[in-house]
Design a protein around this ligand. Structure first.
Ligand code: FES
Length: 593
């Protein structure tokens, strides 16, 4: 990928209102004054305080770009945020605006209990309200780890302020025991080998030192990279933002260009593109073409909900039928994110997708996507060398349907599968249900030597939906130890939870309504026959309606645990959280609330 730079250089005009007393125009420092009943006094006071930090009157005339700082010692995926802020500030200042950095919540997958999705809406509320509350004309959203970019975009869309997205970028890949490894597909693969006895304790400890060789987001096409790619195709980033490695010079240049773009938005020199179905269709096409994370569907549904739009499963399946998987990265393929960047990143992929994308949409740099790609091509900044990571549409990794919505009596409101990461032999399968009621039950019984389980059974994990457990990424149910020891590497596994974008297997996820909300998943019993038919888009429980009606009366779902709490955020979550088709957003945050 050629070095990123801003697609069109701009210099921002400054705010000409009187910096001493005027609140006219309500831009820059004069916007969003605190409510004392005297706006001029509120501005006078604000100016007095900010001058305590050494700012001059000249500084304070400028349009303001807020920079969201999600750096945190608990979030190594954001370990490069200080460097990105420095570069973004340079871009903003050189373009004539004033950068102002402010903190919000930061979420890392491994450090946010019970789950990062449970906290995503809290981060989105924090982001929305801090954008709304503070004086800024545009905002630069620096995020990366899985839930952070969705939370930030949800918040910014609701706040209605111009914004530019700056992903932290993927980490590097590494080597262990003579093979290339990277977080976190290989974390899961090596752990499965350890569970099956193929690796010993010393080996797994050694691997632990090698899996994450730098700061940055996971080095495969997991949720973080999926969302970054999707946002570039929506025109909400500068070019190259999705793929430049976190610790590369390209990433620093992306940060500077993002700052320049945000400054142009802040000055009103260019307008924030409106976001609608055309952008979301580009997002869905990209999600499919990169063989992206199933989590992307949850986050895109939540973003759409903020604008009063809905993700229609039939529409998505139609797009899927016409969108090949073109990117050969783990977990579905072979490569790692740095390979994608070197192959040409999103600009090259967008060219490969051709008319499947709407390139007439406007971007945050003021150009349409088409104009951006034309300019990049004219400048020789789109890679054209021979490579195998980004395929052409006539030589895909997978011809179509990399992700698919399912429906049936077990999932009346839908479920999701990632066929590209599944075992082809299991895409049509019928088997006996082996049921676990939540994570604790599964942890207790899964590896028991007396568990009645065979390789062709269907493992069912319920009680891990948004209400049940904050929808953890536990849908990749481990293969029971005794089967793993026999060499079984995949089984049909179904749940109302999610799966990490870095995971693979024949896994049905997001079954809706979830069991804890009384969905049919709560009616399944050990030994029931479950039928999965991916080509037909069907997930069925082969039990008569008469029997199901009897089971309904037992209200098993009321005995399942929920993540709801009697007070605080847990109470709010329990009251408000919606199901996966609505993106697990809170009802009161949606655009139609
Ligand atoms: Fe942060 Fe994977 S854990 S992106």
């Amino acid at each position: 990928m050629a070095s990123p730079k801003q697609d069109s250089k701009r210099t921002v005009t400054t705010n000409q209102s009187d910096p001493g007393t005027s609140t006219t125009g309500r831009r820059g420092l004069a916007s969003n004054t605190v409510d004392y009943g005297d706006k001029d006094f509120a501005l006078f006071l604000r100016r007095a305080f900010i001058k305590g930090a050494g700012y001059t009157d000249e500084d304070l005339k400028r349009p303001i770009v807020g920079i969201v700082n999600t750096g945190s010692d608990f979030n190594p995926c954001h370990g490069n945020v200080p460097a990105l802020i420095e570069a973004a500030k340079r871009g903003i200042s050189q373009a004539g605006a004033l950068p102002m950095v402010f903190p919000t919540i930061s979420l890392h997958e491994s450090f946010a209990a019970p789950t990062s999705l449970y906290l995503r809406n809290l981060m989105s509320m924090d982001t929305e309200e801090m954008i709304r509350a503070q004086p800024m004309d545009a905002v630069l959203l620096i995020g990366g780890c899985d839930k952070t970019l969705p939370a930030q975009v949800m918040g910014a869309l609701s706040a209605g302020r111009p914004f530019v997205v700056l992903p932290t970028g993927p980490m590097l890949s590494s080597q262990w025991a003579g093979e290339r490894v990277g977080a976190c597909t290989d974390c899961r693969r090596l752990w499965a080998d350890f569970r099956a006895g193929r690796l010993n304790q010393e080996q797994i400890n050694e691997a632990n030192n090698r899996l994450v060789p730098s700061v940055g987001t996971c080095s495969v096409m997991g949720t973080a990279s999926t969302m970054a790619c999707v946002l570039e195709a929506m025109g909400l980033t500068v070019s190259g933002a999705a793929s430049a490695p976190a610790v590369s010079a390209d990433r620093v240049r992306v940060a500077q260009a993002s700052g320049e773009a945000a400054a142009a938005l802040a000055s009103g020199q260019i307008s924030m593109p409106s976001v609608g179905m055309a952008q979301f269709d580009n997002a869905l096409r990209t999600l499919l073409a990169v063989g992206g994370s199933t989590n992307g569907l949850v986050h895109l549904a939540a973003m759409m909900g903020r604008l009063g739009l809905a993700l229609n499963p039939d529409h998505f399946n139609r797009l899927a039928d016409d969108t090949p998987v073109l990117v050969d990265l783990k977990p579905g393929g072979q490569g790692y994110m740095p390979d994608f960047h070197e192959a040409g990143g999103m600009p090259r992929l967008m060219l490969a997708l051709g008319e499947r994308l709407d390139t007439q949409i406007a971007t945050v740099t003021g150009q349409t996507l088409a104009e951006r790609l034309t300019e990049l091509r004219a400048q020789g900044r789109i890679e054209t060398h021979e490579q195998s990571v980004i395929r052409s549409a006539d030589n895909p990794i997978y011809p179509a349907g990399g992700l698919q919505f399912l429906s049936g009596n077990l999932a009346p409101d839908g479920a999701v599968i990632k066929p590209v990461a599944a075992s082809k032999s299991l895409l049509v399968h019928q088997g006996r249900a082996v049921v676990f009621d939540g994570l604790e039950d599964m942890a207790k019984r899964l590896d028991a030597s007396d568990l009645d389980v065979k390789a062709d059974d269907v493992l069912v994990l319920r009680g891990i939906g948004p209400l049940g457990a904050g929808m953890p990424e536990a849908g990749l149910i481990p293969i029971p130890k005794k089967l793993a020891a026999q060499g079984v590497r995949d089984m049909v596994r179904i749940s109302d939870g999610r799966m990490s974008g870095t995971a693979a297997g024949t896994i049905v996820l997001h079954i809706s309504p979830e069991a804890a909300a009384g969905g049919p998943l709560s009616l399944v019993r050990d030994g029931d026959q479950i039928q999965l038919d991916v080509p037909a888009g069907r997930l069925a429980l082969l039990v008569s309606e008469e029997v199901l009606e009897q089971r309904r009366a037992e209200a098993v779902h009321t005995k399942l645990p929920t993540v709801s709490k009697p007070r605080g955020y847990g109470w709010l979550h329990g009251q408000q959280v919606l199901q996966a088709p609505q993106g697990c957003d809170f009802q009161f945050l949606r655009g139609d609330a």
